[in-house]
Write a protein that binds this ligand. Structure first.
Ligand SMILES: NC(=O)c1ccc[n+]([C@@H]2O[C@H](COP(=O)([O-])OP(=O)(O)OC[C@H]3O[C@@H](n4cnc5c(N)ncnc54)[C@H](O)[C@@H]3O)[C@@H](O)[C@H]2O)c1
Length: 429
C-alpha cells in the first residue's frame, strides 16, 4: 500500500496550478473495455494522443470483450481479466476506469493503494459507503482521482459559467432545470445494466450526476438537502408484454422498442460475441420485470449558498434536450438545448439573458465539435496534454465526483423513504 509522503512518483494528472505542456509518452492502463472504454478512452486516444499516451495494459472481467477491445484500440499491450494482476504486472502511471458504475469505487481504491492515480468515468460512486471508501483511500495514499465530467467542457456550458461569474443576472436565487431523454436514448438505459439500481445507482446517479455536477460548478456551491419523488411509469413491469431481449422476442412486430443489434456491427463484436462469457444481453427487453429504477424523477435541491433548484429527469419523451433557467437578482439566464426532436429548431442551443425591467439579449455561443457538445475533446486535451485553461476549467476532483453523486443518492433515498435527505447524513463533515 502506498502511503502519503512515501517516495511516490509525481502525478501525471494535471494539477490546479498553471499548465506545463506534456512532453513524451506516459503509461496508462484501462479497466472496462465496453463501448466507452474502447472509443472515448481507447481508440480515439490512440489516434489523437499517440504522442503522449502509451497503453500498457487493458483489463475487463469478460475475457472475450477485452480481446475485442485490444483489436479496436490497435495496441499490443497485455490484457487481463483481473485488475490487481494488471496493476502489479504493468505498474501504470495512471488508471482509466470505464467499468460498470458499481465497480468504479473498488477499481479506484485498488489503484490508489498501489500508488497509481485515477481518471474515472462518472459516477465515481453509487452509494454513500463507496463514497467514504474512495475519499478515505485518496487521503490515505496521497494519490489523485479526477472524474471525467465532460459536460463541463462543452463550450456552451463554459459560456453559462462565464455569464454567471460575470454577474450578468446578479446573485442567483433559484434554478429551474428539466432534462429530457427521448424514447430512443431514454429507453436504451432500460435495455442495459443501468436498469438495476445495484449496478448504476439508478438514473439519479448514473445520468443526473452529470447535471448535478454542472449545477454545483455553475453555482460554485454544494448540495445540502434533497427532497425527491421517484416513479416507474413506462418501462419494466409497466410494459404490455416482455421477453428476455430483442433478438428472440415474439413481440417484435408490435413493440415500438424493438431494436436490432445485428444492424450495428461494432456492437455485435463488442457484446454479442462476448455474451458467451458472461451472459450479458446488450439488447435486453425494456419491459423486463427486474427493472428497479424510476423512469420519472423530480427533486428540489437546497444548496450551501441558499439557492434552491427544481429539477426533473424524464426518460420517455418525444424529444431529447433540456430547459434550464437561473433566476437572479438582476434578471434571468434562460437556456434551451435541442438534441433531438421531430422538428428543426434552427439552432442547437439558445441562451438569453433577460434583465429585470430591461431587455432580452441573445448570447452568442461558441460552436463545439465532437462528442457531448465538444466537451469530450476539450476534456481529453486537458487530461493528456495539460493545455492551458482558466482556473474555473480545471479538472473535477473527487470532491466534485462525490457531491454530484451524493445529490442523486440522496434523491433516490428521499423518493424511497418519502422524506428530505441531508447530504450530511450520507457524508458527515
Ligand atoms: N461521461 C459520459 O458521457 C459517459 C458516456 C457513456 C458511458 N460513461 C460511463 O462509462 C462507463 C462504461 O460505460 P459503457 O457504456 O462502456 O458500459 P459497458 O457495459 O459497455 O462496459 C463496461 C465494461 O466493464 C466491464 N466490467 C464490469 N465490471 C468490471 C470489473 N470489476 N473489472 C473489469 N471490468 C469490468 C464489463 O465487462 C464491460 O465490458 C460507465 O461508468 C458509464 O457511466 C460515461
Amino acid at each position: 500500500m502506498a502511503a502519503a509522503g512515501a517516495a511516490a512518483a509525481a502525478s501525471v494528472i494535471p494539477g490546479p496550478a498553471g499548465a506545463e505542456p506534456v512532453r513524451g509518452r506516459r503509461r496508462y492502463a484501462l479497466v472496462g473495455t465496453g463501448i466507452r472504454g474502447t472509443t472515448m478512452w481507447g481508440r480515439d486516444v490512440v489516434q489523437r494522443y499517440g504522442d503522449v499516451v502509451e497503453f500498457v495494459g487493458l483489463c475487463d472481467v469478460n475475457p472475450l470483450r477485452v480481446e475485442v477491445g485490444k483489436r479496436k484500440l490497435g495496441v499490443s499491450c497485455p490484457t487481463f481479466t483481473r485488475l490487481d494482476e494488471m496493476l502489479s504486472a504493468v505498474k501504470p502511471d495512471a488508471l482509466i476506469v470505464t467499468t460498470v458504475d458499481t465497480t468504479h469505487a473498488e477499481c479506484i481504491v485498488q489503484a490508489l493503494e498501489r500508488g497509481v492515480d485515477v481518471i474515472t468515468e462518472k459516477p465515481m460512486i453509487i452509494n454513500d459507503a463507496q463514497c467514504r471508501t474512495v475519499l478515505d483511500a485518496e487521503k490515505r495514499t496521497g494519490r489523485r482521482v479526477i472524474v471525467t465530467f465532460n459536460y463541463r467542457y462543452a463550450p456552451k456550458h463554459q459560456k453559462i459559467k462565464e455569464l454567471l461569474l460575470g454577474g450578468e443576472i446578479g446573485d442567483v436565487s433559484s434554478v429551474d432545470f428539466s432534462w429530457y431523454l427521448d424514447t430512443q436514448h431514454g429507453a436504451d438505459y432500460f435495455r442495459r445494466w443501468h436498469r438495476l439500481r445495484e449496478k448504476g445507482g439508478s438514473l439519479w446517479v448514473h445520468k443526473a450526476s452529470h447535471h448535478f455536477d454542472l449545477i454545483n460548478w455553475w453555482l460554485g456551491a454544494e448540495p445540502e438537502v434533497v427532497t425527491a419523488t421517484n416513479s416507474l411509469r413506462h418501462y419494466g413491469r409497466k410494459g404490455p408484454f416482455r421477453s428476455t431481449n430483442c433478438r428472440p422476442c415474439p413481440h417484435k412486430a408490435q413493440c415500438p422498442f424493438f431494436w436490432d443489434i445485428n444492424t450495428k456491427p461494432e456492437l455485435v463484436e463488442l457484446y454479442v460475441g462476448p455474451e458467451k462469457a458472461d451472459g450479458y444481453l446488450r439488447d435486453g427487453c425494456v419491459f423486463r420485470e427486474d427493472v428497479n429504477i424510476p423512469d420519472t424523477m423530480n427533486a428540489v435541491v437546497r444548496y450551501s449558498n441558499g439557492v434552491n433548484m427544481s429539477y426533473s429527469l424524464n426518460t420517455f419523451m418525444p424529444l431529447e434536450g433540456y430547459h434550464l433557467a437561473f433566476n437572479g437578482t438582476k434578471g434571468r439566464l434562460e437556456v434551451r438545448d435541442y438534441e433531438r426532436q421531430p422538428w428543426d429548431p434552427g439552432e442547437e442551443t439558445e441562451i438569453h439573458v433577460v434583465r429585470n425591467f430591461g431587455k432580452r439579449v441573445k448570447i452568442d455561443i461558441p460552436k463545439g465539435e465532437g462528442g457531448h457538445g465538444g466537451g469530450d475533446d476539450r476534456l481529453r486535451d486537458l487530461i493528456f496534454r495539460n493545455v492551458s485553461v482558466p482556473e474555473h476549467m480545471r479538472l473535477p476532483d473527487s470532491r466534485a465526483g462525490a457531491m454530484a453523486c451524493l445529490t442523486g443518492i440522496a434523491a433516490l433515498k428521499s423518493g424511497d423513504e418519502g422524506r428530505p435527505v441531508r447530504i450530511k447524513e450520507l457524508l458527515p463533515a
